[in-house]
Design a protein around this ligand. Structure first.
Ligand code: DAK
Length: 260
């Protein structure tokens, strides 16, 4: 698939979506969002794809957020449209039935961090810098940031980041639980792909059900979430992949999962 602002590549079960607007630090305009949505739709449909990586082109940014220049002369209707589009993107990532990894190669600010937070895992280059900087231009996060950041790192730190608009480094982000791991810059892209390929070798149906249970369960009562987990566990009990996993364990070999 050919896009104007996105590079879309597929290798070894991993689809990599690269935001490619480095002259604007990969800021999201409507076209960028729509292209990422199309790439996600393709990744969902392609049975050979088991994991999606979302990253930014260039050395400097994952994404510096929504395109501030398009906000000049903003009105309520435009603001609402921007909000809807961002929600659509974050929701598409969360609902995708495959793990999505944000590979944060540089700045992830404002809407850029909100999109990264909608991903399942966040791997950061040691050069990455993150912040909900909207307050500095008189805004609040509008793509779910007030909610997802709070759920990820708790009210205390979420309020600190959103109220001050400060930018934190990758190590600090790791310490507060915002990113899963920090990777040396020179090995970043290679390590992300290796990690994604490893994830792509896991049982796809188990991954899909685990993702849905964790996302849905977080907003339910513990009792209801555990009941849902039981049903998910039941579904997995009937998969060929479970039998393959058990047989491989007994035969002392690596399992080959087919997503069946
Ligand atoms: N939008 C558009 N262009 C951007 C940009 C952005 N967010 N960030 C950077 N650029 C552009 C710069 O304007 C510059 O382009 P030229 O002006 O040279 O043409 C180019 O990228 C390089 O940036 P700098 O020259 O500024 O690079 P520096 O290394 O000096 O600084 C920086 C890097 C990341 C610290 C700085 O660029 C910066 O502070 N950028 C803004 C970051 C930011 O505040 N991001 C949050 C954006 S607000 C909504 C829902 C959601 C949102 C809004 C509304 N509704 C529901 C209504 C989301 C809002 C946001 O994401």
């Amino acid at each position: 698939m050919q896009f104007k602002y996105v590079i879309y590549e597929k290798n070894d079960g991993v689809a990599t979506i690269t935001l490619n607007r480095p002259e604007a630090l990969n800021a999201f305009n409507d076209e960028v969002v729509n292209e990422v949505l199309q790439a996600l739709e393709d990744a969902e449909k392609d049975e050979n794809i088991r994991v999606v990586v979302l990253t930014g082109a260039g050395e400097k940014a994952f994404s510096a957020g929504a395109d501030i220049k398009t906000m000049k002369g903003f009105n309520a209707l435009k603001a609402r449209e921007l909000s809807l589009l961002g929600e659509k993107l974050c929701s598409a990532i969360e609902k995708l039935e495959k793990p999505v990894i944000a590979a944060i190669n540089g700045y992830a600010l404002g809407g850029g961090l909100e999109v990264a937070m909608a991903c399942d895992l966040r791997l950061a280059s040691e050069k990455a810098k993150m912040g909900q900087t909207e307050i500095n231009i008189g805004l609040i996060p509008g793509w779910g940031g007030t909610q997802r950041l709070t759920r990820l790192i708790g009210k205390t730190k979420a309020k600190e980041l959103i109220f001050t608009g400060k930018i934190i480094d990758a190590k600090t982000a790791e310490q507060i639980g915002l990113v899963n791991m920090v990777i040396p810059a020179e090995q970043f892209r290679e390590t992300v792909q290796k990690f994604a390929r490893e994830l792509a070798s896991k049982a796809p149906i188990a991954l899909k059900i685990a993702k849905a249970l964790i996302n849905k369960g977080a907003d339910m009562s513990l009792d209801a979430a555990i009941a849902l987990e039981r049903e998910g566990f039941g579904v997995i009990g009937s998969t060929e992949d479970l039998q393959e996993g058990v047989t491989a364990f007994i035969e002392k070999r690596k399992p080959v999962f087919k997503g069946k």
